[in-house]
Design a protein around this ligand. Structure first.
Ligand code: ADP
Ligand code: MG
Length: 306
């Protein structure tokens, strides 16, 4: 559990984080979303002490991070940035195993852990392990960055706009990847983005930050259906995102009965209508929130009315 207590951060007399109180539960996929300059990176960096708060406290599992030495603090916190900065003169597997090496893990064990994870993120060890970073695309390099952060099995992973520099397809693939790794390892993730759609897609909880103020912290559905104020609602409306949730609320769905094939895509109501359309291109119907069925006809009716 990560707790912010009255945390303020000031740079040269300019307050950029305004008295934040926030609790992030263990195992949460917490997304901090807001426009550029709102203080997201600063908040993230205060967790692993790359930035020092001006006042207030940050606790991890009831321990004040200011009291922990930074090396052991960071050993337990993975960190993934927008531009991952792999060492250009080290191979992919060496880059991926750097933190293991720093933690004193033996070479053979290191190799096994790295291999397992590289295979899992779609960079088969046999094929990629001995390549150099310059031989990888941007999306592939980000995958290595994710492996590097995950391979020590940290309880907390901080991610600062990790997919923002990628093309839409790679971004979608990496979002799917991080969701599946999250399901598998269940770390606590604090993920920063300026992209509302990404926030809704990934977060189990979303914190909306504007000008250093935390406007709302809630589940994605609640943020969409009950925005705390005008600032939150205009942020999400300006993105012109329409969620499957909107379609469900118009009544255009059926509830699952027993004899239904589950061999169809499963979506959640915080995914977009566009994602629904993509899924219905190949299937007659899909299941949403493990509860509703939506078919092509219902989607067409919805679109014809909006
Ligand atoms: P975000 O990640 O949401 O874009 P940041 O946390 O990077 O926002 O920045 C918040 C504000 O703090 C911005 O106005 C930025 O210019 C300022 N800021 C960030 N880092 C520093 C720094 N090291 N020195 C002075 N000002 C900074
Ligand atoms: Mg930032």
């Amino acid at each position: 559990m990560i707790v912010f207590e009255n945390v303020i951060k000031t740079y040269q007399n300019k307050q950029v984080v305004n008295k934040i109180n926030l609790t992030i539960a263990s195992g949460e996929f917490f997304v901090l979303v807001g426009p550029s300059g709102s203080g997201k990176t600063t908040i993230l960096k205060m967790i692993n002490r790359l930035a020092q708060q001006t006042s207030g406290k940050i606790l991890i599992d009831n321990q004040d991070v200011a009291q922990v030495n930074t090396t052991s603090l960071r050993q337990n916190i993975g960190y993934v940035l927008q531009n991952i900065a792999l060492f250009p003169n080290l191979t992919i597997s060496q880059n991926a195993g750097l933190l293991l090496e720093a933690n004193g893990v033996k070479r053979s064990e290191r190799q096994q852990l790295v291999q397992e994870l590289l295979d899992k993120v779609g960079l088969p060890y046999e094929q990629y392990g001995s390549r150099m970073p310059s031989e990888l695309s941007g999306g592939e390099q980000q995958r290595v960055g994710i492996v590097r952060a995950l391979v020590t099995k940290p309880e907390i992973i901080l991610m600062d706009e990790p997919f923002s520099a990628l093309d839409p397809l790679s971004r979608k693939q990496l979002q799917d990847l991080i969701l599946s790794l999250y399901q598998e390892f269940k770390p606590t993730i604090v993920f920063v983005t300026h992209d509302m759609q990404e926030a809704l897609r990934l977060g189990t909880k979303i914190g909306v930050l504007v000008n250093g103020d935390l406007q709302q912290v809630d589940e994605p559905q609640v943020i969409i259906n009950h925005p705390a104020n005008q600032i939150v609602s205009s942020l999400f409306n300006n993105q012109k995102i329409t969620l499957i949730d909107d379609l469900i609320r118009t009544g255009l769905k059926e509830t699952i009965t027993e004899n239904i094939s589950f061999d169809v895509p499963h979506l959640t109501s915080t995914q977009t209508i566009q994602e629904l359309a993509t899924a219905l291109y190949d299937y007659d119907y899909v299941i949403v929130d493990q509860h509703y069925i939506i078919n092509q006809r219902q989607l067409l009716m919805y679109i014809s009315k909006h």
